[in-house]
Design a binder for this molecule. Structure first.
Ligand SMILES: [Zn+2]
Length: 245
C-alpha cells in the first residue's frame, strides 16, 4: 500500500505519528483502490489485558528454556490420522485455538498448552467447547493446563503445574510398542503399504517402506509413517524380524 505519492509529505508524517488520515482522500488514486479489497488492520487487542498480564508472568518464568506461542490454532498443532475417513474431525478443530502453546525453543516441538480461563468459560456453550478441546489434547497426548484468570499469580504453583506437564509430555513422547503381529517379515526394497508393514506407533496405520536419502544412512531402507511429514515416526526396516528392537 503506497501512501507517499499523492497525499504529500504531511500525510506521510501523520501516518508515522499515528494519525488516521481519511482513507478516501489518501487512496483516491485508481491504482490504490485495493485498500477496499483488503480491508484489514492490525488489532490493538491481539492479547487481552488478562492474557497480556499472564503472558508476562509465564515469560519471566520460562525465560530461554521454553518458547511461548499465543493463540495457536488446533489445526496447526494436531493432524487427523486418516484425513479421508475423518473429514469431520478436521472441521471440529479447524476454527479453535488455545491461548498459549509452550514449545521447545530449539525444535519448536509442542510440549504443553495453557488455557487462561475467565468467567466466559462457565457458560454452557463454552464448557462444551472446553471439554471437547480437553479430549483432543488428551487423545493426542499433549498436556493442557487450565489456569483461572487472576489479578496476580502464584509462580511456585504455576511452576509445579508446568513441571508436571513437561514430565507428562516426555512420557507421552516415548514410543509406544505397537503390536502389529504380522506373520511374515518385511522385504526390504518393496515399496508401498502392505499388510506385512508394521504399524506407526503414533498413528496406528501401516507404515511405508522407504529409502533414506540423506545422512550416513543414505540408501538404507526404513519404515516411515504414511502421514509424513505431519508424523515423522520411523522404524528400522528389519523391525518385523526383530520386534524387540
Ligand atoms: Zn504416524
Amino acid at each position: 500500500m503506497k501512501t507517499s505519492s499523492k497525499p504529500g509529505c504531511l500525510a506521510s508524517i501523520m501516518n508515522l505519528l499515528g494519525g488516521k488520515p481519511d482513507p478516501v482522500s489518501i487512496h483516491s488514486d485508481a491504482d490504490e483502490t485495493d485498500v477496499e479489497t483488503f480491508p484489514y488492520r492490525v488489532r490493538d487487542d491481539f492479547l487481552s489485558p488478562a492474557e497480556q498480564s499472564f503472558y508476562q508472568v509465564i515469560k519471566s518464568m520460562m525465560g530461554e528454556h521454553l518458547t511461548i506461542c499465543s493463540k495457536v490454532s488446533l489445526a496447526d498443532i494436531f493432524f487427523v490420522v486418516r484425513p479421508n475417513e475423518n473429514r469431520g474431525a478436521f472441521n471440529r478443530i479447524n476454527r479453535k485455538h488455545v491461548d498459549f502453546l509452550i514449545c521447545d525453543p530449539k525444535t519448536m516441538r509442542p510440549r504443553f498448552a495453557i488455557e487462561l480461563d475467565d468467567s466466559s468459560h462457565q457458560r454452557s456453550d463454552r464448557e462444551i467447547r472446553d471439554e471437547f478441546v480437553d479430549n483432543v489434547f488428551e487423545a493426542a497426548g499433549l498436556p493442557l493446563i487450565h489456569v483461572p484468570v487472576r489479578s496476580a499469580y502464584n509462580t511456585s504453583e504455576l511452576g509445579v503445574l508446568f513441571k508436571q506437564a513437561l514430565q507428562q509430555n516426555s512420557e507421552n513422547g516415548k514410543p509406544i510398542v505397537s503390536s502389529p503381529a504380522p506373520d511374515q517379515p518385511a522385504q526390504p526394497g518393496q515399496q508401498g503399504v502392505s499388510n506385512r508393514a508394521p504399524f506407526c506407533p503414533k498413528c496406528g496405520q501401516p507404515m511405508v517402506l522407504r529409502t533414506a536419502k540423506n545422512s550416513d544412512k543414505a540408501g538404507q531402507p526404513f519404515y516411515g509413517c504414511v502421514n509424513y511429514p505431519k508424523c515423522r515416526e520411523i522404524l528400522p526396516a528389519n523391525i518385523l524380524n526383530n520386534p524387540t528392537q
